[in-house]
Design a protein. Sequence first.
Length: 71
Amino acid sequence: MDLSINVAVLLAVIIIVRLRRRTHARSRFDEKLTVVIVLVFGVLIAPTSFGQGVLHVVGQLAHSLSQTSSP
């Protein structure tokens, strides 16, 4: 029986665990590392159907916000 771990799922779990920590307990290096992990996670899920769906929803949201804010 082979056990394979999806790297994107593993990074999602790491992100959740890191973000649950209290803010004042984080060092500047810790915050930078979290940003890097989140960026890598974004790159990993971008080509997937889930990533494309998120991109579509965010694009629609940005478009609707720009429509409501323009005179």
